[in-house]
Design a protein around this ligand. Structure first.
Ligand code: GAP
Length: 511
């Protein structure tokens, strides 16, 4: 039987509720502190979620550090890794601009006591000038429909001009009905809200002991730039890579793990001569798109978008700009949402750290007659946890023709489990044979040995967790040492010799 495909493989035909339900049901992602009712913006990765996350993390590390890409000169580029501390000297965050400038504009609702990011609120201004200006959170079609029903006076969405709250005069706020409010005019003027989580180091809780949880992994790389140069044999151009946790006290964490307060990043800082920045920017634009395809995202669901000048971060203003790789997430319909940013950070960070620390960070370039310069930086900065969400949305495939009603179409190399070994019955020697096969495979592949329950239910579970191959042990196996392989997407079955299973899986993992 041919399995049904998602219409045009478009994740925007999916409902996030179904995706989050599967993630919880099958152990990919749970709300953090679930038994206490959760904590907004924090998520835990379950037994399968951690495997999927590790697979994406390992693919990135391999692609960057273990076997880095081939550069424009036909030779592999040089990249080394670091794992820096989450808490650094707080002066580093002053130098990087995060203490002064890493903030979002937020507004409070005096009635509901809710706080919103001003740039995430869309105001529906009635074209006919009659009635309230209705504020809703962007990307929340369901809420918009409910709100219009309640406060829209019979009008539909097209009867309103849609404007971002930051684009309307604050003197017009008295006409705005905040999300969930009953009264109009309850929003405060926007105020800047710093996103860094603060903590205290040591026993005394005063200003001198204040420190920050890192809001990006990038600064840990800049802080180690000199140590890496002094301790390893890298020469310009070269990269330093880091994967790790970052923390942002987001005003409105939402859309499942897309915007959370604790998340993971995979960042590369690529150091080069300022004259070569454009070549390397173009190089990384192309490489990063190749990477996401390798991980399993299809071309149809990704776009590259240049930032407008008013979107540029403080460090990218002077340079060649920033482009994002965006993914067609269900909740960004009909648009796309950022998955990775590729920025030209110029020499902003090294210059700032040089000035604030008093340490010389210039490079003396033996290839350019000992020219001294602060290198420019091209930064491909990807979200690991956001990447997991994209892989999950891409893989989720409804299929009414199978008992589970859905299967996860992960690429074999990304799937949390590569295969399941299923004895047809729990007797007649089937479990022992199954365990023998399991022992042969487990050193090289994460495989599930699942003995109990009827076979249909076991297939359904494997479909939902995205296991690409199931090997079934039955009475024929006891006679001739062959097993049935069931392929997840097509559900097609074939028989192969048991001693060929390892080679079969090795071949399939290349996909
Ligand atoms: N060092 C540059 C930097 O941090 P960014 O665009 O703020 O740039 C890079 O973050 C990536 O980190 C984003 O493209 C996104 O994938 C991920 N990211 C940022 N904020 C996030 C959040 N609150 N939750 C989950 N992922 C986030």
């Amino acid at each position: 039987m041919q399995a049904a495909e998602k219409p045009e493989n478009n994740p925007q035909t999916l409902d996030m509720k179904d995706i989050t339900a599967l993630c919880k049901r099958r152990g990919f992602v749970f709300p953090a502190s679930d038994i206490y009712g959760g904590i907004n913006g924090f998520w835990d990765y379950g037994p399968l979620g951690i495997e999927l996350k590790n697979n994406l993390r390992d693919l990135w590390w391999k692609h960057m550090v273990v076997t880095p890409p081939i550069g424009p000169d036909g030779h592999p580029v040089q990249i080394v890794g670091v794992d820096s501390s989450i808490i650094q000297n707080p002066r580093a965050w002053v130098a990087s601009g995060h203490v002064g400038g890493f903030s979002d504009p937020m507004v409070d609702c005096r009635e509901t006591k809710k706080r919103y990011r001003a740039d995430h609120l869309i105001v529906l201004k009635p074209e006919d000038g009659e009635g309230a200006w209705i504020a809703v959170l962007e990307d929340d079609e369901e809420f918009l429909a409910k709100r219009l029903k309640k406060a829209g006076k019979g009008k539909s969405s097209s009867d309103f001009e849609h404007i971002n709250l930051t684009e309307i005069e604050t003197s017009d706020y008295d006409k705005v009905l905040a999300p969930e409010a009953k009264e109009i005019g309850t929003l405060t003027e926007p105020q800047e809200f710093n996103l860094m989580f603060e903590t205290y180091v040591g026993a005394v809780r005063d200003e001198d002991a204040k420190a920050y949880l890192r809001p990006e992994t990038a600064q840990g790389i800049f802080l180690n730039y000199k140590n890496v140069l002094d301790s390893s044999r890298v020469k310009m151009p070269f990269g330093i890579a880091q994967i790790g946790k970052a923390f942002r006290n987001e005003v409105n964490p939402r859309n499942f793990i897309f915007r959370s307060r604790e998340f993971e990043q995979m960042e590369l800082e690529w150091f080069c001569h300022p004259d070569d920045a454009k070549t390397w920017r173009d190089f990384w634009f192309a490489e990063r798109q190749k990477f996401w395809k390798l991980a399993g995202l299809s071309d149809d669901n990704m776009i590259m978008r240049d930032h407008d000048s008013d979107e540029l971060s403080h460090y990218a203003k002077e340079g060649l700009g920033t482009a994002d790789i965006e993914y067609r997430f269900p909740f960004t319909a009909p648009g796309y949402g950022e998955l990775e940013g590729i920025a030209h950070r110029c020499d902003f960070d090294l210059k700032q750290h040089q000035e604030h620390s008093g340490q010389k960070l210039e490079y003396i370039d033996p290839e350019r007659e000992n020219e001294r310069y602060l290198p420019h930086v091209i930064e491909p900065a990807a979200g690991l946890t956001r990447g997991i969400l994209a892989l999950i949305c891409e893989a989720y495939t409804p299929d009414p023709d199978r008992p589970s009603g859905v299967y996860m179409n992960f690429k074999p190399r990304m799937a949390p489990k590569k295969a399941a070994i299923l004895p047809l019955t729990a007797k007649d020697g089937h479990p022992d044979k199954a365990e023998k096969l399991y022992m042969e495979l487990r050193e090289d592949f994460p495989v599930d040995l699942d003995i109990k329950q009827n076979i249909g239910k076991r297939y359904a579970r494997q479909d939902e967790i995205g296991t690409p191959f199931c090997f079934t042990i039955d009475n024929d196996t006891m006679q001739d040492d062959t097993v049935t392989v069931r392929e997840r997407n097509t559900m097609a079955q074939e028989r192969i010799a048991m001693d060929q299973v390892h080679a079969y899986l090795s071949e399939k993992m290349k996909a």
